[in-house]
Ligand binder design. Sequence first.
Ligand SMILES: C[S@@+](CC[C@H](N)C(=O)[O-])C[C@H]1O[C@@H](n2cnc3c(N)ncnc32)[C@H](O)[C@@H]1O
Length: 232
Amino acid sequence: MGRIPLENPRVIYDLGCGSGNVARLLADRWPAADIVGVDNSPEMLTEAADSPSRVRWEYGDLADWKPDASPSVLYSNAVIQWVPDHQELIPRLWAMLPVWRMPGCAGPDELGRETLADGGTGGKPIGSAELREAVGNRWVQDPDFYYDLLAPNATHLDVWTTEYQHVLTGDDAVLEWVTSTGLRPILNGLNDADRDVYREEYRRRLNRQYPRRADGATLYPFQRLFFVAIRA
Ligand SMILES: C[S@@+](CC[C@H](N)C(=O)[O-])C[C@H]1O[C@@H](n2cnc3c(N)ncnc32)[C@H](O)[C@@H]1O
């Protein structure tokens, strides 16, 4: 948010606003702007509306979302990776005059996909070939992909990656963390028996790859891609 070089945007959409934490910060940062939080989860929107704020909450699916008012800023955090086909999505949002920020590298990690390919008994695959193909797609592209899409029409383009080291605590800390995030597409695509086999084998591999530190914590590296772009 601090990297957006705008003083007086009029209408700001927070795409995939979740429970609204970021949208409320946007409202504080630009008190004169209209702020609209958009999400395709009615539960998230209800949770967002439970905390009083001046943000307007609206249902919308980014796969076919169109704004009611012309946006000055499109802001999105930890969402775009869940929406497929960035070759179509990014230019469509970009044409609406966005300034935005997006994270990268969600979805199942390499180890998660490998476990699906050879984590069954005797090194067999787990689940269906369709599931392996679906989660084999890249969720987020390399930075140059977004640069090439945005640069031709941008007056300002700032692209960077950051690798965070999440410090996790407890048993099977990485498994617990990914279960509520990037692992969902795999877990949702397996039947109960395969899910148990998968979780156990993936747990074993994760604990080997990310051993606990002397103080019991587990470090989990997590890369994000950000960009802030202003249209010419
Ligand atoms: C990890 S949360 C991020 C929430 C918020 N942006 C934040 O940073 O706290 C991802 C959100 O994206 C929403 N989402 C996922 N796919 C979406 C789509 N196609 N259209 C709109 N929202 C979507 C989910 O419902 C969820 O609230």
